[in-house]
Design a protein around this ligand. Structure first.
Ligand code: NAD
Length: 488
């Protein structure tokens, strides 16, 4: 049911194993050209109702399959996506604006790995058992899938983050209704086309496309969806929490960040500078884990700043399908304006913009003149209270400031409402451990960035989220536990 009209794709909802057209549609743009790329169903209550019903109907059979049977299906789905990796990468790059290189090497391989990882990890969980010999009792825990899981994902890593939810949810035996971002729905729709072939029974995975306000909220408010896994902004999470409160739903919330990089004077700058460039600007700075506050110890501040800016200026922005391009387009015109407005505010406050927006000129290919591009932007001499140091910008903008002592930098790094991730750069092992323990965030990378073992918990503290996901954490979130006591 690949519907082409006037050069753009028309997506359909995937409900109960069938593609279903919708009565109204919204436009989704190719951020690198500004043209309409596809039309996305503008689903609401009715479509969500149908999808939840399909998921409920599929639950008894799916939840009673053995983990091994489910595991085989997840592995098959991983193989099928991997087989079409290039087509998925092309679609993700067009839909999101990210470089084809990033989509090929990060997004789609990780989506494949999400299915493989949970196909494997679901086979290895062990529940608890205790013995009370004096009472003649054993106690043990038993875990069962919860039911229909509602999964809501953002636009920055579309298939990567959606499958990070779908894979553990269905591996545990739940059925799902997923709602991807209305701005990046294409790869989710492509994945739906592979479900049948992978052996996913009808109704186990349903995808409803549309906006957060209509489709998302209908899912959050549906009484038969006891669990919501959400990745997105802190503001939306507050609304979801409010809307789901009357139903006492189980929530997993993966939210925004304002992540510091802390660079001590004994850091290996040959590693630190290229990695901090990536951690600031990869995927146009549109990763929740991106660095946006760089604290550099005073002794190396000037040296660091000089080479950091020099290297940032080498990043090439342009057509995302050109494999030599480092920086693709931002997700939308509105988002680009918002990101740029932070740079203006910083200037108005007296900060110095050292490269990028407003400083360097952006030369774009003819076909990309209307795309939503900007250059990696480095700001110095920003006050900690500035909105550029407090609010999530979610674009290729990073602030570099100096610090003197360990104690001081920990305090300053922690002085934001967010608490997702941090990087610490130092060759002093004791200091690395000491600082990592005191940072208020869910993830600390020392002398590296973005290396993940999916076995371990992922998530944030403070305004960056509630709950963790990972092998054991996702298993616990997507199952209901029961303690059973047997007296003999
Ligand atoms: P967003 O909150 O605007 O939207 C996320 C999803 O929620 C979308 O699918 C959207 O349609 C839906 N939504 C919006 N309003 C809703 C409502 N009222 N009810 C139900 N659903 C609703 O976020 P975004 O702009 O798409 O994504 C960027 C944000 O996501 C950033 O803040 C970023 O840090 C965060 N993020 C966090 C992580 C993480 O793991 N912590 C990962 C990636 C992105």
């Amino acid at each position: 049911t690949m519907a082409h009209s006037k050069n753009f794709l028309v997506l359909e909802n995937f409900i109960g194993g069938k593609f279903v057209p919708c009565s109204s549609y919204i436009d989704s743009y190719n951020p690198s050209t500004g043209d309409v790329y596809c039309r996305v169903p503008d689903s609401g209550k009715e479509e969500v109702e149908a999808a939840v019903k399909a998921a409920k109907d599929a639950f008894p059979i799916w939840s009673s399959k053995s983990p091994l049977e489910r595991s085989q299906i997840l592995n098959k789905l991983a193989d099928l996506i991997e087989h079409d990796l290039e087509a998925f990468a092309q679609a993700e790059s067009k839909d999101q604006g990210k470089t084809i290189t990033f989509a090929r090497t990060v997004d789609i391989p990780r989506a494949v790995y999400n299915f493989r990882f949970f196909a494997s990890s679901i086979l290895h969980h062990v529940t608890e058992c205790t013995e009370m010999a004096t009472m003649g009792c054993v106690h043990y825990t038993s875990r069962a899938p919860v039911g229909v899981a509602g999964l809501i994902s953002p636009w920055n890593l579309p298939l990567y983050l959606l499958t990070w939810k779908i894979a553990p949810a269905i591996a545990c035996g739940n059925t799902v209704v997923a709602k991807p971002s209305e701005m990046t729905s294409v790869t989710a729709w492509m994945m739906c086309k592979l479900l049948d072939k992978a052996g996913v029974p009808h109704g186990v995975v349903n995808v409803v496309f549309g906006t957060g306000a209509k489709a998302g909220e209908a899912l959050v408010c549906h009484p038969d969806v006891p669990l919501i896994s959400f990745t997105g902004s802190t503001l939306t999470a507050q609304r979801i929490t409010e809307k789901s409160a009357p139903h006492c739903k189980r929530l997993s919330l993966e939210l925004g960040g304002k992540n510091p990089a802390i660079i001590f004077d004994d850091a290996d700058l040959s590693q630190c500078i290229p990695t901090t460039l990536r951690s600031s600007f990869a995927n146009q700075g549109e990763i929740c884990l991106c660095t946006s506050r760089v604290f550099v110890q005073r002794g190396i501040y000037s040296e660091f700043l000089k080479s950091f800016v020099q290297e940032a200026k080498k990043w090439k922005a342009g057509n995302p399908s050109d494999p030599t391009v480092d920086m693709g387009a931002l997700i939308s015109k509105e988002h680009l304006e918002k990101v740029k407005s932070y740079v203006k505010k910083a200037q108005a406050e007296g900060a110095r913009v050292l490269c990028g927006e407003g400083v360097d000129s952006l030369a774009l290919p003819a076909g990309n003149q209307k795309g939503y591009f900007m250059l990696p932007t480095v700001i110095a001499e920003v006050k900690d209270e500035s909105c550029c140091m407090q609010e999530e910008i979610f674009g290729p903008v990073t602030c570099v400031v100096a610090f003197d002592t360990e104690e001081e930098v920990i305090k300053r790094a922690n002085s934001v409402k967010y608490g997702l991730a941090a990087t610490v750069w130092s060759s002093n092992v004791g200091r690395v451990h000491r600082v990592a323990r005191r940072l208020q965030c869910g993830l600390v990378w020392t002398n590296c960035w973005l290396i993940r073992d999916l076995n371990l918990p992922f998530g944030g503290m403070k305004a960056s989220g509630i709950g963790r996901e990972g092998a054991k954490d996702s298993y616990e979130f997507f199952t209901e536990v029961k303690t059973i006591t047997v007296k003999h």
